[in-house]
Design a protein around this ligand. Sequence first.
Ligand code: HEC
Ligand code: HEC
Length: 334
Amino acid sequence: MPGHSGTARVLTSFRACLAGSPATWTCALIFCAVLVRICVAQPQASAGQGSQAAFSPLPARPHGDPAKIALGRMLFFDRRISRSQKLSCASCHDLDTNGASAAAMDRGDSGRATAWNTPTLFNSVHNFRFGWKGSTRSLRAFTLQALTTDHLMGGKDLAARRFAADPDMLRRFRKLYGSLPSDGAVADALTAFIGTLVTVDAPFDRWLGGDRTALSPRQQRGLNRFNVLGCASCHQGANLGGNIFQRRGIFHPLGKPDPRYLRVPSLRNVAVTPPYFHDGSVASLPEAVRQMGRAQLDLAISDRDAADIAAFLTALTGRYEGTRLRRAAPGHAR
Ligand code: HEC
Ligand code: HEC
């Protein structure tokens, strides 16, 4: 920290000064004045550094076992995973667009609406817990839950039994896991695949890498407002979220009071994942920003700030397999 070494330098010369022939009051006074200046300057310097340190570029794509990833990719699009054989994981998590869907709530295999808005699976490997409530610590545990929840897909053992009846699948599972297909092995391969759903080349990552042209002046202003207003106190780290739990509606209600606590969602690719919030209740990004300001920070965010912060958030949209993510088409999921 430059501030600290600055202080150390001053103290060393202060000691040198005192050690010299009679320490004069003038000498002491000058050093006190310098020290005060440094101490006053430090909070500003660290506020600037802190706002940079709040974020980090996305880590490189994780390396998993290529054979498991390949199997996981097949399973992700396989409709035999649902009882009706009409739904695959991709039905709600559309990887051609944004890793989620355009609906506020999707419908599971039973036809029943889900209790939560579908989150994107892009970059979810970098979240610290999984699901809106952060109920599981491991991605594999959440994947297993998605696979075996009755009303969502098909329930326990259903997919495993179907794959065991398919000679090609049977051979693949035997080779990779040394056993018959099981829910655990299906979840394991799906998890390996989900681990590769990382987006690259977001303008903000280029900015963090030192490219000062990566953000437009408006986006730079939006980033500054995002930091100064306090958004980064919750939306931080590589995913700009996904690494802490926080209360909802700290100052003013944010829709219904429950759930009181959620995992702070990642804002990566947020510009292409409307509708917003755990209940999909807000359609536009500037409106979501305004509601956040009021509920979480007790701030009435101006139209200009909301628009500039939303412009900054569009700089968090990355590419997957060469294509920039985009909004899901309405009606993609059943
Ligand atoms: C009917 C729509 C639907 C289908 C089909 C579906 N999901 Fe999801 N997915 C959701 C919803 C809704 C959530 C949020 C649930 C929650 O927060 O409790 C979610 C959350 C997740 C998460 C947590 C992401 C994170 O970062 O927290 C993972 C992982 C996941 N799903 C994997 C899968 C897998 C694997 C499949 C296929 C076996 C699948 N999903 C099928 C709707 C769906
Ligand atoms: C005290 C923590 C906290 C602060 C401060 C905060 N947020 Fe949030 N943010 C959350 C939580 C928790 C949610 C999830 C709320 C929900 O779904 O009901 C959220 C959700 C969001 C969403 C919707 C994400 C999605 O995928 O649906 C956006 C956009 C957002 N915040 C932007 C901001 C902006 C911009 C600011 C600053 C004006 C901000 N947040 C300040 C905790 C916070």
